[in-house]
Design a binder for this molecule. Structure first.
Ligand SMILES: *[C@@H]1O[C@H](CO)[C@@H](O)[C@H](O)[C@H]1NC(C)=O
Ligand SMILES: *[C@@H]1O[C@H](CO)[C@@H](O)[C@H](O)[C@H]1NC(C)=O
Ligand SMILES: *[C@@H]1O[C@H](CO)[C@@H](O)[C@H](O)[C@H]1NC(C)=O
Length: 438
């Protein structure tokens, strides 16, 4: 299978592609400032552009109080915005958008500023619209992607061992908390804001897209029938359903395609549910792009975690150390960092700091792959990581094709193996998606 896939990918070239699906490539510009192997240069980026239909530059911020769109890193962006939009000269088909939010707009003093924008009056919202148009036009972007940081679903808690006692209290603990008592108002305010944005953008020939961030509940915030006509595309970031920060005590598939009805899993924490929610609310399939993460999430296994590693894995202890190159938040590893830890050597060490991870491939092709290393006798160095590798990303691309969706959105280029460290092939996840989407 592995040989077969990579053989095919090797044959993939621009000329052999029939352009069926969109491939929306998110690009976190902060990766330009990383050090060492994790630094993504513009020349690396260019290599991916033969596969991408859209490049989404991440991320701009929202200024609290004035509600203006602004650069989160002026020193970088004042030159780099234009370097990126200049890629269009080499790739005339490429659409280049700027994304706002995306969980990168961290403002501890104003954690609710996206909600404050929704609640603001028409005059104040016009600041957002006007400042967006100026920033986009001045820097040559084709449009804006709204990746608003709205309140999240509460994380689930399973604790299967407590059984029926727990189940009777399940409602209290599984995400049915009222996270936002004003969600209904915020939903209609969002619809109004988007309508006004779209009117302004239409006359300026700017695109408008929506990114539904992980665990932002579409039922609460998005009036699908009214919204979908306003957006060129809707990108569903249908991953990170569980993460070590949200769910420190249990590890599970972070982005399963289907619902695996075991161990009190919640029915909405999977790709199929999220996609169907939008389809059932009359969003045309062609407008939906399925988000696929090119990174994995890792938990620390303890001596009490199941040895098999079969998820749901209980008794985990929060995030395992994140990738050493990307130096990102705890428990996050890029695909090359994950592949570098996986051993093909069946006689290698099983436990301990130097031991590689054993990969478990999901032969049902429904839930995802993972890799693990049990904790040693002192309870140290246990590791369990859930991820979409090039093979599984390809399976998801096949799913997208089967559902007739618009395409795939990759989060993000800087976490794919852009140096070809795993197998020598650069951007294997992007290539696999492109190939299997057809
Ligand atoms: C709109 O809100 C701003 C404060 O955000 C306020 O100064 C202004 O008076 C309001 N305008 C109207 C018409 O209510
Ligand atoms: C939103 O959350 C509720 C539980 O609080 C859930 O029943 C519903 O399916 C979720 N909607 C989506 C689209 O995930
Ligand atoms: C496999 O691992 C064992 C034990 O660490 C080591 O002695 C051996 O050289 C490894 N084989 C290969 C092909 O790397």
């Amino acid at each position: 299978m592995r040989f077969h896939l990579f053989y095919l990918l090797g044959l993939l070239s621009v000329s052999s592609l029939t352009h069926a699906g969109n491939l929306i490539c998110y690009y976190d510009s902060a990766s330009y400032l990383r050090e060492g192997l994790a630094r993504l240069h513009t020349s690396d980026l260019e290599l991916a552009m033969q596969f991408c239909s859209h490049l989404v530059y991440g991320y701009a911020g929202l200024k609290a109080g004035t509600h203006e769109l602004f650069s989160l890193n002026v020193d970088l962006d004042m030159f780099y915005y234009k370097d990126i939009t200049a890629l269009r000269q080499k790739f005339p088909q490429l659409k280049i958008l700027l994304s706002v939010g995306g969980d990168h707009d961290v403002d501890l003093a104003h954690p609710n500023k996206y909600i404050e924008l929704l609640e603001a009056n028409r005059t104040a919202q016009q600041n957002f619209i006007d400042s967006s148009m100026i920033l986009l036009k001045r820097n040559g972007f084709d449009g804006l992607d709204l990746a608003f940081q709205l309140p999240r679903n509460k994380p689930r808690k399973v604790h299967g061992s407590i059984g029926t006692y727990w189940k009777s209290f399940k409602k209290l603990f599984t995400g049915d908390f009222i996270v936002d008592p004003q969600a209904e108002e915020h939903k209609s305010q969002f619809t109004d804001l988007v309508g006004n944005l779209k009117t302004a953008f239409r006359s300026a020939s700017l695109m408008l897209t929506l990114t539904v961030l992980p665990n932002v509940n579409s039922t609460w915030y998005f009036d699908v029938p009214k919204l979908h006509p306003q957006f060129d595309y809707i990108n569903l970031a249908a991953f990170d359903f569980l993460t070590p920060l949200r769910n420190p005590e249990e590890a599970d598939y972070t982005a399963p395609i289907f619902f695996l009805d075991e161990q009190n899993r919640l029915p909405h924490l999977n790709v199929e549910f999220q996609v169907n929610y939008w389809l059932q609310n009359h969003c045309p399939a062609q407008k939906l792009n399925l988000g696929i993460a090119s990174y994995g999430r890792a938990w620390k296994l303890t001596k009490d975690s199941e040895l098999s590693g079969y998820p749901v894995v209980h008794e985990t202890f929060g995030a395992a150390p994140g990738g050493q190159q990307i130096k990102s938040s705890e428990g996050l590893l890029s695909w090359p960092e994950i592949c570098g830890k996986i051993s093909q050597n069946s006689s290698a060490l099983y436990r301990g700091e130097q031991a590689p991870l054993r990969k478990v491939t999901d032969i049902t092709q429904k839930y995802g792959n993972y890799a693990l290393r049990p904790a040693d006798e002192n309870g140290d160095y246990g590791f369990w990581v859930s991820f979409d590798d090039p093979d599984f990303a390809g399976i998801k691309a096949g799913y997208v094709r089967g559902k007739g969706l618009g395409g795939v959105a990759v989060f993000d280029l800087s976490y794919d193996d852009f140096r070809g460290l795993c197998t020598g092939m650069k951007f294997p996840i992007v290539r696999s998606i492109k190939y299997f989407m057809g």
